[in-house]
Ligand binder design. Structure first.
Ligand SMILES: [Fe+2]
Length: 462
């Protein structure tokens, strides 16, 4: 229970509208914010985080609220500003994604609530059913973006930028007619340079994917779409074990000649979030994938979130076999790495997790026990250290920012928002990514509560 839960008028609302899931009602901005500790001199940029913040009354599901971006600007050791803005989308104006008379989808209608990324100098608020919404560096909405009219599918909320080429790899999934999944690549200038239909048998919900140096890796898992539920306004995705579960490896170079993924059957599961993937060469034998594996998702109702555990799949391209291994027995959410390791073997990863020894019970919402930030050291198994700010703290997803001149993989900062349950207030925090036991390097008190949300990015000054 939080102080906000105690408010008498919130008792009958669903969990995703109570406590720190409840939306904020105001767009505010504040300047020269109070700092405890010392903001690092080499931390210059903006932290943007997206989340669902319904504007016009209760929503049926946590994922269905209008996107709101919370931005904090840090420069020269000062917290310059905090600003929160709804993303001005077609959905916010009451437009519908599906034209009921024609069945046509309008990808400019978006909730734009899931992630916020930057590529080739453009900032995009993302939600996987629609086009990106371009934002200004001040969190204001510029509008839907279709890459010079070349993008004809939705754009995932989880694109991945190759650490070596700088290309942004992404996909879109669609729900009514094939192709249900389409793979795309943006070059470093932001041009859409590759688009390819991926063969999957039905309208599967594909939330994230992975790249290694030589492969794009697709999840084809048993959470599928139901059109009638969508038309009725409910949460249209559900657990469908008869669909099966497989993961596809698409050779990045041979994809340009139209090659399709090679599919590997895996144990039934769902994956929201990838940690990373890597391989042993363009003509090598193995590909490894680390991700948060849920034993099921929304089995028996769209509020039933089974916990995710860090899991490794090793794909053998010689034999076609897959080895699966659970790496940790404490659940986690929102795994991240140093983005300079995307597609390359990483030693470290960070995620939100429950305090030691408490594994989340299936069926509770995912942020309720995001009480610590866990650091995984994957050099030999998966040893875990934790940053713990006490029983009142609830963390959002951490983003890693390398220290200036850093060479070690964990030489840098973790930045995120943290909610204080006792005070009902939020802060932007800077942690030492190498030393999870160290106290926060700096804490910036924000002028209003930041509701639990989804994903964010640090945009270093360019
Ligand atoms: Fe996500």
């Amino acid at each position: 229970m939080t102080a906000l839960d105690d408010a008498p008028d919130t008792g009958k609302l669903p969990w995703h509208l109570r406590g720190n899931y409840a939306p904020v009602t105001d767009e505010v901005e504040a300047f020269d914010l109070p700092v405890t500790g010392q903001l690092p001199a080499d931390l210059n940029g903006r932290y943007f985080r997206n989340g669902a913040n319904p504007m016009n009354g209760p929503t049926a599901h946590w994922f269905m609220g209008d996107g709101m971006v919370h931005g904090t600007s840090i420069r020269d050791g000062k917290a310059e500003w905090y600003r929160n803005r709804w993303v001005r989308t077609g959905a916010l104006e009451g437009k519908r994604r599906i034209d009921m008379s024609t069945g046509q989808m309008d990808f400019t209608v978006s909730l734009a609530n899931t992630h916020v990324v930057r590529h080739a100098g453009k900032i995009f608020a993302l939600e996987e059913g629609s086009f990106p919404y371009q934002l200004s560096p001040e969190c204001d909405t510029i509008g839907p973006y279709d890459f010079d009219d070349k993008l004809r599918t939705p754009f995932t909320a989880h694109p991945h930028t190759c650490a070596e080429t700088g290309e942004m790899h992404f996909f879109g999934y669609e729900l009514v007619t094939a192709p249900f999944v389409t793979y795309h690549v943006l070059d470093t200038a932001g041009n859409l340079v590759h688009t390819q239909a991926i063969d999957v048998p039905g309208p599967t919900m594909v939330h994230d994917f992975a790249i290694s140096r030589n492969y794009a890796i697709f999840m084809d898992l048993p959470v599928t779409f139901d059109l009638e539920t969508a038309i009725s306004g409910g949460m249209p995705f559900g657990w469908n074990p008869g669909y099966g579960a497989r993961i596809g490896l698409l050779h990045r170079d041979r994809a340009r000649q139209g090659e399709q993924p090679r599919w590997f059957d895996v144990d039934l599961c769902y994956v929201f979030h990838i940690m990373n993937a890597w391989d042993d060469g363009a003509e090598g034998r193995y590909v490894w994938l680390d991700a948060g594996r849920h034993a099921s998702m929304w089995e028996g109702g769209s509020d039933k979130f089974a916990p995710s555990f860090l899991h490794r799949w090793r794909f053998d391209l010689h034999t076609g076999e897959v080895e699966e291994e659970q790496l940790d027995d404490v659940s986690h959410g929102f795994p991240r790495i140093d983005d300079r390791r995307t597609g390359l073997q990483n030693r470290y990863g960070w995620a939100v997790a429950p305090r030691t020894g408490t594994t989340r019970t299936a069926g509770t919402p995912s942020m309720d026990d995001a009480s610590v930030i866990a650091k995984y050291d994957l050099a030999d198994g998966a040893s875990v250290t934790r940053h713990d700010m006490g029983p009142n703290a609830m963390f959002g997803e951490p983003s890693f920012v390398p220290r200036e001149g850093a060479t070690a993989e964990d030489d840098g900062y973790l930045v995120t928002y943290v909610f204080d349950k006792a005070e009902g207030s939020s802060s932007f925090v800077v942690l030492d990514a190498a030393d999870m036991a160290a106290p926060p390097i700096a804490t910036v008190k924000l002028p209003q509560r930041v509701p639990h949300g989804f994903r964010g990015s640090w945009f270093a000054d360019e």
